[in-house]
Design a protein. Structure first.
Length: 264
């Protein structure tokens, strides 16, 4: 799919990979809808996108609230514009052990990463089908491909996205719905700072691995190229991506390595 002249909705656009992708796509003279919780930050991103020649609308909402998600969807659908692309980058990570994490924290992570993403997709999908199809992209993680210490609910929520959206893709081939799952590795964003600890509060620390990761800007260029080529899975990151292949082809080695990984 070419971006020029298309209508694209990007969630999680106020920071990190979502922000970088929005700015990269805005170079193609698109109509962008930018969403996230931080409206002021979204407005700053919108200004940068407008300076690149794109038209931008800001619609803030909270992924953890179904009501908020559906209100945002109603605002967009009421405009009767075709949605060519729905790219979802909003989410939250985790830094806590299974044994010390209350179920409420697990549920909160799923509400944001899985149910919020699914709720928005369900609201937009019928309109996409009615208008001849479109592209849906969701953001997983390399730990959506395997389990990892200190990431139990986060990893599980990303595994769930794979199963759900692979099913959605298979059901809607005839409706011209193209689905891409974005799988970042170590990308230098604020994801670890905002991750939930065992008490459900922000972790507030930058992981050493993430601090040395690829930049969001570098990642956005690879992601955008892959979205234009309609890749079904988009792996983006550095040497850490080899763990995906180790898990697939050398599971015994993966089990050995995973049990010895330092959580932070």
């Amino acid at each position: 799919m070419k971006f020029n002249g298309k209508n694209i909705w990007i969630t999680g656009a106020s920071s990190g990979i979502g922000e970088a992708v929005a700015i990269e796509i805005s170079k193609h003279k698109t109509f962008l809808i930018l969403s996230g919780r931080n409206e002021e930050a979204l407005k700053e991103v919108a200004e940068r996108c407008q300076n690149n020649g794109s038209t931008v609308q800001v619609i803030s909402f909270d992924l953890s609230s179904e009501e908020s998600v559906l209100e945002a969807a109603d605002k967009v659908l009421s405009q009767k514009i075709k949605i060519d692309g729905l790219y979802q980058f909003g989410g939250i990570s985790q830094r806590s052990f299974v044994s010390e994490t209350p179920l409420a924290v697990d549920r909160k992570i799923f509400e944001v990463n899985f149910f919020g993403t699914v709720a928005l997709t369900k609201a937009i999908l019928p309109w996409m089908i009615e208008n001849g199809g479109g592209q849906i992209a969701v953001t997983s993680s390399i730990v959506g491909k395997f389990g990892f210490p200190y990431r139990s609910a986060y990893s599980a929520s990303k595994h769930a996205l794979h199963g759900y959206f692979e099913s959605l893709r298979a059901e809607n081939v005839q409706n011209n719905i193209r689905v891409s799952v974005i799988i970042p590795g170590r990308i230098k964003t604020n994801v670890s700072l905002n991750s939930l600890n065992k008490n459900g509060n922000p972790h507030g620390q930058m992981d050493e691995g993430l601090d040395k990761g690829k930049s969001a800007e570098w990642s956005s260029r690879k992601i955008c190229r892959s979205l234009q080529n309609e890749r079904k899975e988009i792996l983006v990151g550095g040497a850490e991506l080899i763990m995906v292949y180790i898990r697939r082809f050398f599971p015994r080695l993966y089990y050995f390595m995973a049990s010895r990984v330092k959580p932070l």
